[in-house]
Design a protein. Structure first.
Length: 330
C-alpha cells in the first residue's frame, strides 16, 4: 500500500511539474514593435488596447519602433522584443537561416511594395533595369520583390547594382537621382508618388507577402496565453481599422507625419480581411522558395517548404479568432 501510495504521489508530482516546465510565469513586461507599414500596430499602440487587457495581470507594455522587417527581426532575435511585425517572406528568410521563430498571426495583406522610378525616368520595363542602380533594404519584402521581379524579366541581382539602404534613405536616393530605381515600401512609396511624382514601374500583388506577427519558439512554448491576449488585442485593432477607414488614415497620417492623401493611398492597397494563418498564406510563401534558393539567400539544400511549415503556427490565432483551422499547403 505504501509503495502504491508513493507511486501515485510521485506521478501526481510529475504531472504537476510538467506543465510548469513548459509554461513559464507571465513576464512583468511584454515588448512589441510598431511600424508605419503595419497600421494595426499603430491602432493597438494609440488606443492602449493591450495595456488595458494586461493591466489586471500587472504586465506592462513596451513599444519599440521598427523601420523595416530586417530591423524588426533583429530586435526579436536579439531579445529586445517579444513580438515582431514583419513581412511574411522576411520571416521565412529569418527562420531558414537559423532563427527559431514562429508566425502566429496575419495582420493584413498589403500591396506595400513595387519597383519605383522617378517621374521623368526613361525606364519603361523591367528589362530596362539592366545595368542600373536600384536601392533596396536587404532582408525585407521589397528586397525579395526586387529579386523576384528581376527573375521574371530573365535577370538576376548581378544584372543590376543593388544599393543597400534603409527604406527612407532609398526614397531619398531615388528622388535625388543617386539611383535609377527603388524597391519601395509604403507609406514612403505612396508619399513619393504623390509628392515627387514618382512612378510605379512594376507591380505584382502576388510578390507581396503578408504582414505577419512572429515570436520566438521559446516564447511560443512558454507564453501561449499571453500570445493569445496579444492576438486578441490585434483583432480588436483590425476590426476597428475595417470599421473606421477614415480615422485609420488620419491616425497613420498623424503617426508617420504624412499628408492625409498619402495615408489613404497606402491603405487603399491594404486588405485586412483574413487574419487567420492558413493554407492561403502557406501557399504564397512556398511559391517564393525558388528565389530564396536560386539567389543563395538560404543555405544550399534548405527545404524552404519545410521551413514555411515550421514557421506558420496558426493554432493560437485559431483559438482567438474562433475558426477551425487545418494546417495545409503541403
Amino acid at each position: 500500500m505504501k509503495k502504491n501510495a508513493l507511486r501515485v504521489g510521485l506521478a501526481a508530482l510529475f504531472a504537476a511539474w510538467l506543465p510548469a516546465a513548459v509554461h513559464a510565469a507571465p513576464p512583468k513586461e511584454v515588448r512589441l514593435d510598431y511600424a508605419y507599414y503595419a497600421p494595426t500596430s499603430l491602432v493597438l499602440k494609440q488606443q492602449g488596447l493591450l495595456e488595458k487587457a494586461l493591466a489586471p495581470q500587472g504586465i506592462a507594455v513596451k513599444w519599440v519602433f521598427s523601420q523595416g522587417s530586417n530591423r524588426s527581426l533583429e530586435y526579436l532575435n536579439g531579445g529586445s522584443t517579444d513580438f515582431a511585425s514583419t513581412a511574411g517572406l522576411a520571416a521565412v528568410l529569418s527562420r531558414a537561416n537559423g532563427a527559431p521563430i514562429n508566425t502566429v498571426y496575419v495582420a493584413s495583406r498589403p500591396e506595400w511594395t513595387a519597383l519605383v522610378v522617378p517621374k521623368d525616368s526613361p525606364i519603361q520595363s523591367l528589362a530596362d533595369l539592366k545595368g542600373k542602380k536600384v536601392a533596396a533594404t536587404k532582408g525585407t519584402d521589397p528586397f525579395l520583390f526586387l529579386l523576384q521581379s528581376l527573375q521574371k524579366a530573365g535577370l538576376d541581382k548581378n544584372d543590376v547594382e543593388i544599393v543597400h539602404l534603409q527604406h527612407p534613405d532609398g526614397r531619398v536616393a531615388l528622388e535625388r537621382g543617386d539611383v535609377q530605381a527603388w524597391a519601395g515600401l509604403d507609406p514612403l512609396m505612396a508619399a513619393s508618388e504623390l509628392q515627387a511624382g514618382s512612378r510605379l514601374l512594376y507591380r505584382n500583388r502576388d510578390f507581396n507577402s503578408y504582414s505577419v506577427l512572429s515570436v520566438t519558439e521559446t516564447f511560443a512554448k512558454q507564453q501561449p496565453e499571453l500570445i493569445k491576449q496579444v492576438i486578441a488585442a490585434y483583432e480588436q485593432a483590425r476590426q476597428w481599422a475595417i470599421a473606421n477607414p477614415d480615422a485609420l488614415a488620419q491616425l497613420l497620417a498623424d503617426e508617420a507625419k504624412l499628408p492625409l492623401e498619402v495615408a489613404k493611398l497606402q491603405l487603399s492597397r491594404t486588405d485586412f480581411s483574413n487574419p487567420q494563418p492558413g493554407a492561403e498564406h502557406i501557399k504564397a510563401l512556398k511559391a517564393a522558395a525558388p528565389i530564396l534558393l536560386d539567389e543563395q539567400l538560404v543555405r544550399p539544400g534548405t527545404d524552404v517548404a519545410q521551413v514555411v511549415d515550421q514557421l506558420i503556427q496558426p493554432q493560437l490565432a485559431a483559438q482567438v479568432i474562433g475558426q477551425n483551422v487545418a494546417k495545409a499547403g503541403n
